[in-house]
Ligand binder design. Structure first.
Ligand code: RIB
Ligand code: CA
Length: 300
């Protein structure tokens, strides 16, 4: 079954791989790509999203959105992704972005949704998704599922308590979690099982320009030791892989709360067994990387 999907993103090195995986997956019909500031400022995340969509030959509109969180100050993660957001890998400039703003484009896509609805995938700060849902709550009825790379049940990556997307805009995350539609969460506890290693990178076949770009980007991101291996986590591609190959995951019903104040601001408090959200728990990591290798090779 092909799902119609909107991807909200802040490319971002791992966002780049997630976008490629989405465009290469027949299970996913990408209806729209919306962009927020996050890993780097909006000017660069927008440029990167345009370049990635065009490199993949995807006939998908790219629309710019929020350059800052609902509240609080914008802070980037250039220390991870480089000042350009793609670890210094220069891509040809992509087609221009569509006029307008992300929240309006998301609402228009939801209004136009068929009976199967639209799946919202958030792989950056949730600001655009929150703005779309908060300003026209009735449109949530057209949301089939929300899949977020966000949060951490244990240790964060931007503070000891908080993961970057949740920390960047915890109010937005709260709005999305509270919209009444099913939310599937890929937290750091899941994505740290998806460690891109030099060995795997070395095993990738020669293919098209997207494989070359993916190898260059993943080969340029600093690697370090994780319990699951030496490399770097493919955070955002995990959210896409849930839609392309759900058999790679185990999951459990959870309740998710978000701390909005104090030193734990951005912390996701996850309680197993209560619902209504779904926590992705275990990843078949070899299966994930086999899927990623196979799908990247399909792209131009
Ligand atoms: O914490 C990881 C998340 O923050 C990923 O989405 C990465 O791209 C950054 O946005
Ligand atoms: Ca991201």
């Amino acid at each position: 079954m092909t799902r119609r999907v909107i991807i909200d993103t802040d490319p971002g090195t791992d966002d780049a791989i997630a976008l490629f995986l989405a465009f290469a997956s027949p299970e996913i019909d990408v209806a729209l790509v919306t962009v927020a500031g996050g890993n780097v400022g909006l000017a660069r995340t927008l440029r990167n999203a345009r370049a990635l969509v065009s490199l993949a030959g995807a006939d998908v509109q790219v629309v710019a959105g929020a350059d800052r969180p609902l509240l609080g100050r914008f802070e980037d993660a250039a220390y991870v992704h480089g000042e350009d957001g793609l670890a210094g890998v220069a891509l040809p400039e992509g087609r221009p972005a569509e006029r307008g703003i992300a929240a309006d484009a998301i609402r228009a896509a939801l209004r136009a949704a068929g009976p199967e609805g639209v799946t919202l995938v958030g792989i950056g700060p949730a600001t655009n998704l929150a703005l779309a849902l908060a300003t026209e709550p009735a449109l949530a009825a057209h949301v089939a599922e929300i899949v977020l790379m966000s949060g951490a049940a244990t240790r964060g990556n931007v503070t000891p308590h908080a993961e970057f997307n949740a920390w960047s805009d915890p109010e937005a995350l709260s709005v999305v979690l509270g919209c009444g539609r099913p939310v599937t969460l890929a937290t750091l506890d899941l994505t740290r099982q998806a460690i891109c290693t030099r060995e795997w990178l070395g095993s990738l076949a020669e293919a098209g320009r997207c494989m070359a770009a993916a190898r260059a980007i993943m080969g340029s991101v600093p690697m370090r030791a994780y319990p699951a291996g030496f490399g770097h986590p493919q955070h955002d591609a995990c959210a896409i892989a849930w839609l392309a190959a759900p058999h790679l995951f185990t999951h459990a019903p959870v309740h998710v709360g978000v701390d909005l104040a104090g030193e734990t601001r951005g912390r996701t408090r996850i309680t197993l067994g209560e619902g209504p959200a779904r926590l992705l728990e275990r990843l078949d990591s070899p299966g994930f990387f086999a899927l990623l290798a196979e799908r990247l090779a399909r792209l131009p």
